[in-house]
Write a protein that binds this ligand. Structure first.
Ligand SMILES: [Zn+2]
Length: 300
């Protein structure tokens, strides 16, 4: 059996019932075994730039250092907190943390899968905090609660609670007979990376509706038999990718030039062959897009 999608399957116990116990959160932060998972802006901490090993820090040793702590959960008796150093300049943050901050995606897929999931989780929560310092209802400042999993408006007349956001995006492999549809995104116009189509789910739309709409908008193809495949946390910055397969009614393509550079139909023989990276590339090995394509090639 294949492992779950990268960043998924985190075995940490998130302890959602424990988070509201503020005294327990304080006690955990004072425990010598408790580890901090530092985040600086959009980056995670690694031992060194060329060494893809996640670096966590002993919590009590950094008790005097300012920065939000967000409870992530516990595993094997060890509690983990995300630790936000974003308000410091990079050099200061690196001096405090004793490592190098790098984009998680630049380090994968050589990183251990469990570390990848933990760092992605920490990154996603810290990003949410840094974008929700003010109440979306009344504009007053918000403060953290529930171990950092809720932000509460400080206005006495409002007190609105805000919860971490995960934006659903659908990603789909469209097939027609023994070929699948892959496209090059306008976001990477110079890289010949051919991937599945994808897009955000809109309010008032089912996931199946979103799949059909996105395919129609991007390549002008009608699809049927939309089927769920698997999902992948994608906190870059705040998505979950919901993977689907769908069957095309026809093969005529009409491109949305703003989003797609080119699109075409590819058979398994072509996709199994080695190609020069300047001519044809598959999506990243740690992406659900790659998983969707490989499972189709393997007949799953
Ligand atoms: Zn408010």
């Amino acid at each position: 059996m294949k492992p779950p999608n990268y960043y998924a399957g985190l075995t940490l116990d998130r302890g959602s019932m424990l988070r509201r116990d503020a005294a327990l959160m304080e006690a955990l932060l004072a425990r010598p075994t408790t580890r901090l998972v530092p985040v600086w802006r959009t980056r995670n901490l690694f031992a060194a730039a060329n060494e893809p090993a996640a670096r966590t820090l002993e919590a009590p040793a950094l008790a005097g250092v300012e920065g939000l702590r967000v409870y992530l959960g516990s595993e094997d008796g060890v509690a983990y907190f995300a630790f936000d150093l974003s308000r410091m300049e990079e050099a200061e943050a690196q001096a405090v943390a004793g490592g190098t901050f790098a984009d998680l995606r630049s380090v994968n897929p050589s990183l251990d899968r469990r570390d990848g999931g933990l760092l992605a989780y920490a990154r996603g929560l810290v990003h949410w905090h840094n974008r929700h310092g003010f109440c979306g209802v009344c504009g007053a400042a918000t403060t953290t609660s529930a171990g950092g999993h809720v932000r509460v408006c400080t206005s006495e007349s409002c007190k609105a609670e805000h919860f971490p956001r995960t934006d659903p995006a659908v990603i789909m492999l469209v097939t027609h007979g023994d070929r699948c549809l892959l496209a090059r995104s306008a976001r990477w116009p110079t890289i010949p990376m051919h991937s599945t189509l994808a897009g955000f789910v809109e309010p008032g739309e089912s996931l199946e509706d979103a799949v059909a709409r996105e395919v129609k908008e991007e390549v002008g193809v009608d699809v049927v038999n939309v089927r769920y495949h698997s999902s992948q946390p994608w906190p870059f910055p705040a998505s979950i990718m919901l993977g689907f397969t769908a069957e095309a009614r026809g093969t005529d393509i009409t491109l949305d030039d703003e989003e797609i550079v080119s699109a075409g139909w590819f058979d398994r023989g072509f996709l199994r062959r080695e190609h020069h990276p300047d001519e044809f590339r598959m999506p990243r090995i740690d992406s659900i897009a790659r998983r969707l394509i490989e499972d189709w090639i393997d007949g799953q």
